[in-house]
Design a protein around this ligand. Structure first.
Ligand SMILES: *[C@@H]1O[C@H](CO)[C@@H](O)[C@H](O)[C@H]1NC(C)=O
Ligand SMILES: *[C@@H]1O[C@H](CO)[C@@H](O)[C@H](O)[C@H]1NC(C)=O
Length: 353
């Protein structure tokens, strides 16, 4: 009698144990899926007819022993460090890169395109991929992954993947403040609401397709980018406070969006990842992070060089990028990227671990 009871009991207990064990596996981040601009593009622009590229030296000179990949930095970008922190690959491959196949993309894939933004018009300035096209590529990827792994396994990966969205700086600096169209149409506050509305639609779209872990990234103190400081030469190359204020206002709107959607969308884990404060602190106190220069970039004179203007033979380019906060006039060095990514992992992305 005792024996016949204890066998089913053991079965029940072991089943429970297995379920708990599987739940734990389930909770893990299976993959990193990236949408956005040059802050997170790992090389998609290499395959676009745009002048906004970085697949030549000195870009990538500290990447894997010296390899220009199309990342806008001397080495890895934040999403690479985030992927590594979650125990996944050390780099997130670009979806357009023919060197990678669907088996590589199963644990991480990047659809980002440097120069793009929430606004369709922004992507047209430099002829890069608009956000809706990043979404189309993602849909194509889903089909390919299902074909490769089967529907169940693919959906398990896609549901437990961490989706990272990072863009917005170009909407203001390459579009709103540079071209007349949007300024004639919107005040800067209205434009922020317009962009926030697009972010809302986008999050709902990927949620509907099955995304359940999403990190929406805010804007950096964009008035402190070396290129913007250079345009502020009359004021001693100070940070442009107006642009920093716009970044802060827009971040507040994104934060509010995250709160609303978190309540609205069932079982969605959505966080707002804010790079503003940590980057601003680095810029205010570069020495305490081991930097020697925060106002000029490493590449060339450090005042304006970016993309094709950042040339390998420029004798002014710095020797040790680790001493610089910025690599080119618009993008941080690998060291800054690592600090910002680790900060994001510790403060906000840890909820996914
Ligand atoms: C992907 O590429 C690797 C080598 O780079 C190869 O071993 C693998 O079979 C390829 N997988 C598919 C699905 O093509
Ligand atoms: C951007 O363009 C796409 C494709 O034409 C369109 O479907 C989408 O509605 C546009 N977005 C906005 C906010 O106008």
């Amino acid at each position: 009698m005792a024996n016949s009871l204890s066998i089913p009991l053991i079965l029940i207990i072991s089943q429970l144990y297995l379920q708990i064990w599987f739940l734990k596996i389930d909770a893990k981040v299976t993959s990193i899926i990236v949408f956005g601009d040059s802050t997170v593009d790992s090389g998609n622009n290499n395959y676009l007819p745009t002048i906004l590229k970085s697949n030549f030296m000195p870009y990538g000179r500290d990447f894997d022993g010296g390899k220009p990949t199309g990342r806008f930095s001397n080495g890895r970008i934040p999403t690479d460090f985030i992927s590594e922190a979650f125990g996944l690959k050390e780099t997130v491959p670009a979806y357009s890169d023919p060197a990678y196949n669907i088996s590589d993309f199963a644990t991480g894939v990047c659809f980002a395109s440097a120069g793009t933004g929430y606004d369709n018009l922004t992507s047209r300035v430099l002829n890069v991929m608009p956000l809706w096209k990043e979404l189309e590529k993602y849909k194509e990827y889903r089909k390919r992954l299902k074909g490769y792994l089967g529907t169940n396994k693919a959906e398990e990966i896609l549901t437990h993947a961490l989706y990272i969205i990072s863009m917005g700086t170009n909407d203001f600096l390459e579009n709103y403040y540079l071209l007349p169209h949007r300024q004639l149409q919107y005040t800067v506050e209205e434009y922020q609401n317009f962009l926030t509305g697009i972010a809302r639609t986008f999050i709902k779209q990927i949620y509907k397709l099955g995304a359940r872990k999403i990190s929406l990234t805010g804007l950096p103190p964009m008035g402190c980018l070396p290129l913007e400081r250079t345009t502020n030469f009359l004021f001693g190359r100070d940070c442009i406070q107006k642009y920093n204020n716009v970044a802060k206002d827009f971040n507040n709107k994104l934060q509010a969006l995250v709160s609303t959607l978190s309540k609205e969308l069932y079982k969605l884990q959505l966080v707002f990842s804010n790079p503003y404060d940590i980057l601003y602190e680095i810029i205010q106190k570069p020495e305490s992070f081991g930097f020697e220069n925060e106002a000029f970039a490493c590449c060339g004179t450090g005042e304006f060089e970016m993309s094709y203007l950042c040339i390998e033979l420029n004798p002014f380019t710095c020797r040790d990028a680790n001493k610089y906060v910025f690599w080119d006039s618009f993008h941080p060095t690998e060291k800054t990227n690592a600090i910002m990514a680790n900060y994001a992992v510790k403060t906000t992305l840890s909820v996914f671990q």
